[in-house]
Ligand binder design. Sequence first.
Ligand code: E4P
Length: 215
Amino acid sequence: MKFFIDTANIDEISKAAAMGVLDGVTTNPSLAAKESLPYRELLTEICRIVPGPVSAEVLATDYKGMLAEAEQLCKIADNIVIKIPTISEGLRATKALSDDGIPVNATLVFSAMQALLVAKAGAAYVSPFVGRLDDISTDGMQLIEDIITMYHQYDYRTEVLVASVRHPMHVQQAALMGADVVTMPFKVIDQLIKHPLTDIGLEKFLADYKKAGKN
Ligand code: E4P
């Protein structure tokens, strides 16, 4: 399973990249708005740090505007993936870009039917937002299971990218279900390695060695 980080923050991206398990990055306008660098400069720097797929979202909501923005974003680096919102105009743009060989990440997906449509349009990634579904008392991970089942039936190549991840259990469930990618905030990547018994065990190993006068 691939690990992407869901942030536009350069420090977090650098730290996650240094851990050696980072495969890509997803950004969105809300995340970019938190940073001081302009979006284009941010993306250039992110693509320099991470050689894997870096999702950059268009701001236009009409077909022509989306294609024009995508053209500019693609010039930033070879590893840019165009993030397109899953609306009618976005579906059209997804089809056109995918037909041209440009990878699209279909974002803001909340239903199995939206996921089916973007796969038919040729999206490289589908991003179902599990945390936001959980927030409204709907089982986000059930949607992931449904999409994986549906894609397998028809052999769609669109990769299932679990988004809006809130905690390590989302990541574990996604792995058990066979999702292709999970994108998560730095906090969640950091939580994955932590276990209190590991810390207690390490402390005891070191203390025992010291007690024996070996230091
Ligand atoms: C996905 O690519 C989005 O950037 C993201 O996962 C949204 O997550 P949020 O619901 O925590 O804002």
